[in-house]
Design a protein around this ligand. Structure first.
Ligand code: MRU
Length: 363
């Protein structure tokens, strides 16, 4: 089985811990960590051992189930109150990817729909597995829709990492490339290294190259040149939160790629599951942007500091790409086009209809 079809976040065999592939050690070391405490879980997300919006959501759902088993409660209400406290703490680990709060809210609603603690625990168990299973299916569907946008031999530019490590199985932005590769197609992928945390270098080029897909690593400031050379036929990126009007938060630098793509008339696509669309944010201005430690710019990955200690740093982890620069948003229900306010709403209607059909089927 190729690497990208295995799970990098899952429950331990006995269900009392969460096992993750530590992404901070890649590409040089493959280290799995077992998370049992709330602190280990918070740190795993905050330090990017687990990262990528969907993977964060899946991990948080498993985390909450594991923590739920550790609660000693006097009553069902007391259990729910303590569980909410754990969910709130986990939710504070990273603010931008909406999948985190989405998965935790879904787990809390599941627990609240039951009367006794044993019932809540088994419902939580089923729900975290369902969140993971659904993400696998969403990524597969996104891969299929995304593949319809490109042709054999195309050059694709991607930013950050929206592959299997960031999701489950196929990934989002990289999904069409893995799927096309399985079908014998060839792509030339240009991966932005993605300063300052180098997800493109450490993770995207690793995943693609291990799977035999042609990948060329470039520094972020080379994207303009490869576009000008005519080597890029489409840009595929992931997303951390999509607002109702299509404005999209993704890894810092994404909006610059979109501006360059518009200049060179290259289509720029955002690929992501509906769990990353947040209709409660009307525009990108409502999306909270995570600010991270200056040491990530000045020191991390260097043998000695690259700036004086007193030099100020601004280190936003994400930026928002204006919807006017986006050629399409690829979801598991199909490709949304402008005006996004309408097409994104329509996607949620499709989703509701599909869910009520499957609820009917289960009755
Ligand atoms: O800070 P990170 O590495 O979690 O940022 C990840 C991204 O920006 C991804 O593009 C996004 O989460 C989509 S993952 C399918």
């Amino acid at each position: 089985m190729p690497d990208y079809l295995s799970d990098h976040v899952h429950l331990s065999d006995d269900g009392t811990a969460v096992v993750i592939l530590d992404q901070t050690c890649l590409p040089n070391r493959t280290i799995y960590r077992t998370l049992r405490t709330a602190k280990e879980m918070f740190d795993a997300i905050h330090t990017l051992q687990v990262r990528g919006a969907p993977a964060i959501g899946i991990c948080a759902a498993y985390d909450l189930y594991v923590l739920a088993q550790q609660i000693s409660a006097r009553s069902a209400e007391d259990f729910l109150r303590q569980l909410q406290g754990q969910a709130d703490d986990l939710c504070a680990s990273r603010p931008t990817a909406v999948n985190l709060s989405w998965a935790l809210a879904r787990m809390m609603q599941t627990a609240a729909a039951h009367d006794t603690v044993p019932e809540m625990l088994s419902a939580l168990h089923r729900e975290c597995l369902a969140i993971h299973r659904e993400d696998i299916a969403m990524c597969r569907a996104i891969a299929e829709h995304g593949l319809s946008l490109i042709r054999d031999g195309d050059g694709i530019l991607t930013h950050c990492n929206a592959g299997p490590l960031a999701t489950s199985r196929y990934g989002t932005a990289l999904g069409p490339l893995f799927l096309g590769h399985e079908r014998g197609m060839h792509f030339h992928v240009y991966a932005d290294e993605t300063r300052p945390l180098l997800q493109g270098a450490r993770l995207t080029s690793y995943e693609l190259s291990r799977s035999g897909i042609d990948v060329t690593l470039i520094c972020d400031n080379m994207a303009s040149l490869v576009m000008k050379n005519g080597w890029i036929q489409a840009c595929f990126v992931g997303c951390d939160r999509v607002a109702a009007n299509g404005d999209t938060a993704n890894k810092i630098g994404t909006s610059g790629v979109a501006i360059l793509a518009a200049h060179y008339r290259i289509p720029f696509y955002v690929l992501g599951p509906t769990s990353t669309i947040d209709l409660s944010c009307s525009t990108g201005a409502d999306i909270p942007i995570e600010l991270r430690d200056p040491s990530e710019i000045k020191e991390k990955f260097y043998t000695e500091p690259m700036a004086l200690p007193e030099v100020k740093c601004y280190n936003p982890a994400f930026d928002v790409t204006d919807h006017s620069l986006i050629s399409g948003i690829v979801t598991e229900y199909g490709i949304c086009r402008a005006p996004y306010t309408e097409s994104l709403r329509a996607v949620f209607e499709k989703k509701r209809a599909a869910q009520s059909l499957s609820d009917e089927g289960r009755k």
